[in-house]
Design a binder for this molecule. Structure first.
Ligand code: NDP
Length: 320
């Protein structure tokens, strides 16, 4: 309809986003891909985007009337934010509503990794308990570990607080120390991993974090070392990790995120000392519903009041 705002939805997004937006806007749903296959006339109608995944600069360039990009997820590395800011386009993400879910999943993944609970369950399901006897004792335990967090933001702090009752020691590395925590700060990742035996990564994908967990860091983590990655797969040098897990440079890893999702290297799948999840840290119906609502509410707020609810940090710096 003529006077309704058009919102472009590239690729898959949680259906609740569409259901909410349908009430107020015209939806133009298109497949994800290298090019945006709509006419220039239709592209000129688009004033908002709701996206889960990639929105490259080439797509933004096709949308002359674009005002706002509402990203599904707290990590917005798929959106070309500099292309958006260059044209004064608002970018929003969906922070906070997923903190508890992601932190809960992280603790579960850590325990699954050290205690091999998924493998033990598979043992029971395959009838091996009855035929072969007890599942082998796990060489690793959470007890007495010293956990280092790479990242202590909205999610990292929830992970740290959940770990306190497990009686582990907690330290962290970020670019700037937090004044409100009792945990030991390290100004470099290397200095952190030299002191801890368990590294949990919960940082965004940026040029600085990309490849930061490399062979040197894994070596310093040591033979009793456990790596848990719930941030972004690109943070870890995946080839170096596979080598380190294979030759005992570190003991085990638990991963929810991978360098080139949904492709997980067969070398990783074949290793006995890993626990692997298909990027499900926030993936419960209640949490995804809350994220979907925030994606829709950012667009609704923008087109009714002129204000976004949760602009990404780059936007807040611009308006400050
Ligand atoms: P925040 O922005 O609240 O926190 C990010 C943290 O990372 C801060 O402590 C920040 O501290 C630190 N950080 C940023 N850059 C660096 C760096 N170069 N070196 C060291 N530390 C750094 O983000 P959230 O906690 O909300 O989310 C973190 C990330 O987790 C998201 O960006 C997303 O990619 C990922 N994520 C993954 C999910 C999953 O499903 N697996 C679900 C949700 C999030 P400082 O600025 O001081 O360096």
């Amino acid at each position: 309809t003529k006077d309704r705002v058009a919102i472009l939805v590239p690729g898959y997004i949680n259906p609740r986003v569409i259901a909410r937006l349908n009430e107020l806007f015209d939806i133009i749903a298109v497949p994800h891909g290298p090019t945006l296959d709509i006419s220039d006339e239709e592209a000129a109608l688009v004033r908002g985007v709701a996206v889960s995944g990639a929105l490259p600069a080439s797509w933004i360039a096709r949308l002359p009337k674009l005002e706002i990009i509402s990203n599904f997820g707290v990590g917005y590395d798929g959106v070309d934010v500099s292309a958006a800011t260059a044209r004064g386009i608002m970018v929003t993400n969906s922070p906070d509503v997923l903190n508890d879910e992601v932190a809960d999943t992280t603790v579960a993944l850590l325990i699954n990794t050290v205690r091999q609970l998924p493998q033990a369950e598979a043992w029971l399901r395959q009838g091996r308990w009855a035929s072969e006897g007890h599942y082998p004792l796990t060489p690793l335990s959470l007890k007495g570990r010293h956990v280092g967090l790479q990242g202590l933001g909205r999610i990292g702090i929830e992970i740290a607080r959940r770990l306190e009752p497990f009686k582990v020691k907690i330290s962290y590395h970020t670019r700037r120390p937090r004044a409100d925590v009792p945990y030991t700060y390290h100004s470099s990742l290397l200095s952190l991993v030299e002191t801890v035996d368990t590294l949990i990564s919960i940082v965004p994908k940026t040029p600085e974090t990309t490849g930061s967990i490399n062979a040197e860091v894994l070596k310093a983590l040591g033979p009793n070392g456990v790596l848990i990655n719930v941030g972004r797969g690109t943070t870890v040098d995946q080839a170096a990790l596979i080598a380190a897990l294979r030759d005992g440079t570190i003991a085990a890893a638990g991963l929810d995120v991978f360098a080139n999702e949904p492709n997980v290297p067969q070398e990783l799948i074949g290793l006995p000392n890993v626990s692997l999840l298909p990027h499900v840290a926030s993936a419960s119906i209640p949490t995804r519903n809350a994220m979907a609502d925030l994606v829709a509410d950012n667009l609704i707020s923008w087109f009714t009041t002129g204000k976004a609810l949760t602009p990404v940090p780059e936007m807040r710096q611009e308006s400050a």
